[in-house]
Design a protein around this ligand. Structure first.
Ligand code: PLP
Length: 247
């Protein structure tokens, strides 16, 4: 059986060129924007291929799947970012295995991540995830609670607050998306005025990165445009990968 998979290097190059082009079109410098490759459901070999093509920062959503890849790619100095929902029983392994977490959205999770972050590692770099769309089923702190969560997090010894993250509503209504990115930008600016030293506005994915960059994104999280359409792994496949990685 032959599986045809798109080659990553040209897609990655196209995404980097797109970031640069959009940045310049809105009067920003391309190097103000960091590309995070969202690698969920893509196996370790695909991540390695992206690394070989020059990508160094990768984001993962599911802890079990991420741990398999992190161990399979331990020979590469990849900067791993956790970008998925966080259950409180997962904080220890997240704190041990990632450099960044973008999805901190409540005090309890922040407390646990700080407690679980080893003294032998640098502080865990975190973004607060904000629910900018107000959808009930969405992760993220409500916009009106951002200030108090930020105030709590900067008191935690093993966390370093870097900024805000959001996943806007999945919609073809670009004006609505723009409003939601803009809201995140305004919350970010307000925190800066309040004296927080932040540098990261994590927003924008394959479909909406252009608008996010225009609204001030400093980190875009791009999956499909780099790796191609996702082929979701079922738990049995994950178990098989885990067994392989453990060999
Ligand atoms: C999957 C994912 C992305 C990337 O989405 P694409 O549409 O594939 O670019 C970005 N951020 C988060 C939180 C994700 O889960």
């Amino acid at each position: 059986m032959t599986t045809i998979v798109s080659s990553i290097a040209p897609s990655l190059q196209a995404v980097n060129a797109r970031v640069a082009r959009v940045a310049q079109s809105v009067g920003r410098q391309p190097d103000e924007i960091t590309l995070l490759a969202a690698s969920k459901t893509n196996p370790a070999e695909r991540v390695r291929e992206a690394w070989l093509a020059g990508q160094t920062i990768f984001g993962e959503n599911y802890l079990q799947e991420a741990l398999v890849k992190i161990s399979a790619l331990a020979d590469l100095p990849i900067e791993w970012h956790f970008i998925g929902p966080i259950q409180s029983n997962k904080t220890k392994r997240i704190a041990e295995n990632f450099a960044w977490v973008h999805s901190v959205d409540r005090e309890k999770i922040a407390d646990r991540l700080s407690k679980d972050r080893s003294e032998s590692l640098p502080p865990l770099q975190v973004c607060l995830q904000v629910n900018v769309s107000g959808e009930d089923n969405k992760s993220g702190v409500a916009p009106e609670e951002v200030a108090s969560l930020a105030a709590h997090i900067v008191r935690l010894p093993r966390l370093k607050l870097r900024g805000l993250m959001a996943v806007p509503e999945l919609t073809t209504a670009t004006a609505l998306q723009r409003d939601q990115f803009h809201m995140l930008r305004e919350l970010f600016d307000q925190l800066m005025r309040d004296g927080y030293e932040l540098d990261t506005l994590s927003m924008g994915m394959s479909e909406d990165m252009d608008i996010a960059i225009a609204e001030g994104a400093t980190m875009v999280r791009v999956g499909t445009a780099i790796f191609g359409p996702r082929r979701y792994l079922i738990p049995e496949e994950l178990a098989a990968l885990a067994a392989l990685a453990a060999r």
